[in-house]
Design a protein around this ligand. Structure first.
Ligand SMILES: Cc1cc2nc3c(=O)[nH]c(=O)nc-3n(C[C@H](O)[C@H](O)[C@H](O)COP(=O)(O)OP(=O)(O)OC[C@H]3O[C@@H](n4cnc5c(N)ncnc54)[C@H](O)[C@@H]3O)c2cc1C
Ligand code: SF4
Length: 339
């Protein structure tokens, strides 16, 4: 591990001041950052420990929504009555992630910013990775790409400086995408709110960038709008083991029903793209339709339009379609919300 300075802060202003130092990184639960430092992937010169900031509340908003402090741990968030009652989708997504010990450490802000699990990114012995070493190419595209993207990737061949087919590994952010969360951040230039749909980036021409957060900006909270899917929601996660494994594909499905008719829907996929993949087109196709197998199959086809697989991950396309139908079917029964 590279040598680094350690600085503990107790106020957001002090955190932002320290975070403006070159190559500084905020330290929350450390469950991703410290691993990446041990592997030599992240090499911050200063670690700004934010664990003493009071960003730990979960509170109800006057509009019926909820605000979640950036340092709320994943386990506390999943079990909080406001989340369980109003946003069971989020609770389920959180509980499907990692292990109880990790969820006790993992924070809301850190979970949003965890980095890809692409093997060629996390192992510095592989020379080609545009995300870790911009301009070096992409080892995954002609390599072992079972966990990689099928939607929204940049695919210009193994030697292009733009190619990246990495996926975002978070479960929490898939539910937040379907719920249309907003990320609240604070930096040297003040505060701003970023809808989750604008927070994450596709690789585009800059695969080294995961999000639109500036390096010196601190996530302070996440807000959720008034709930629509408290009764009819389901988070489906397909993975190699039933616990302690990242999603091959995941589906966050929420339905607002009136009788058997869908008033509105929230639909996002995990494990398929560089960002949580919300399909607005599929949501629109669901609205106003009867909640039945044909409607759900149509939404699945729309959500996977343009999907492209590689040597080891083409199975994800069919798996994602079937996952969507299954998640929507369970959500519609109303049994998924308390699963
Ligand atoms: C074995 C294992 C299995 C896992 N399985 C899953 C899984 O199935 N599903 C899943 O979703 N996750 C899984 N995870 C990932 C885990 O959820 C993340 O490591 C965790 O959420 C990161 O949170 P943290 O607080 O520890 O972040 P840290 O490691 O402290 O930080 C991560 C990044 O976020 C930045 N950061 C943290 N807080 C802030 C803030 N407030 N403002 C700005 N920047 C900030 C840090 O600088 C760093 O770059 C797994 C992890 C491990 C080790
Ligand atoms: S997919 Fe992205 S993260 Fe993985 S090797 Fe290619 S450039 Fe790196």
């Amino acid at each position: 591990m590279n040598p680094f300075q350690y600085q503990r802060v107790s106020a957001p202003d002090a955190a932002i001041h320290a975070g403006a130092l070159p190559s500084a990184k905020f330290l929350a639960g450390g469950t991703n950052l410290v691993d990446l430092m041990k592997y030599g992937v992240e090499t911050p010169t200063t670690l700004v420990d934010i664990n003493h900031l009071t960003l730990t509340d979960i509170s109800a908003n006057p509009d019926g929504g909820v605000t979640i402090g950036a340092l709320v741990r994943n386990s506390e968030l999943a079990d909080h009555p406001l989340i369980r009652q109003r946003y069971p989708l989020l609770s389920q997504a959180l509980l499907s992630g990692a292990s109880p010990q990790l969820r006790n450490m993992a924070s809301t802000g850190g979970n949003l910013l965890q980095r890809t699990r692409c093997y060629y990114f996390t192992d510095i012995n592989f020379p080609a990775c545009n995300k870790r070493a911009p301009g070096s190419g992409c080892g995954a595209i002609d390599g072992y790409n079972r966990i990689h993207a099928i939607l929204g990737q940049t695919d210009k061949g193994p030697t292009s400086a733009e190619t990246c087919i990495a996926t975002n590994p978070s479960d929490m952010n898939v539910a937040m995408a379907a719920l249309q969360a907003t990320i609240l951040v604070q930096g040297p230039k003040g505060k701003r709110s970023i809808p989750v749909a604008e927070f994450y980036r596709l690789p585009g021409t800059t695969p080294q960038l995961d999000t639109n957060l500036h390096p010196d900006e601190l996530i302070t909270a996440v807000t959720l709008p008034a709930p629509r899917f408290a009764r009819n929601a389901y988070y489906l996660k397909a993975r190699d083991r039933n616990s302690y494994a990242f999603a091959l594909i995941s589906v966050a499905a929420g339905l607002e029903l009136e009788g058997a008719t869908i008033q509105s829907a929230g639909l996002a996929l995990g494990g398929v793209a560089h960002k949580p993949w919300r399909s607005v087109d599929a949501e629109h196709a669901l609205a106003g339709k009867p909640a039945n197998a044909q409607t759900f199959a149509n939404a699945a086809e729309i959500a996977l339009r343009g999907a492209k697989g590689y040597e080891h991950n083409t199975f994800k396309i069919e798996m994602a379609k079937q996952g969507i139908v299954r998640a929507l079917t369970i959500a519609a029964t109303g049994t998924g919300a308390n699963a």
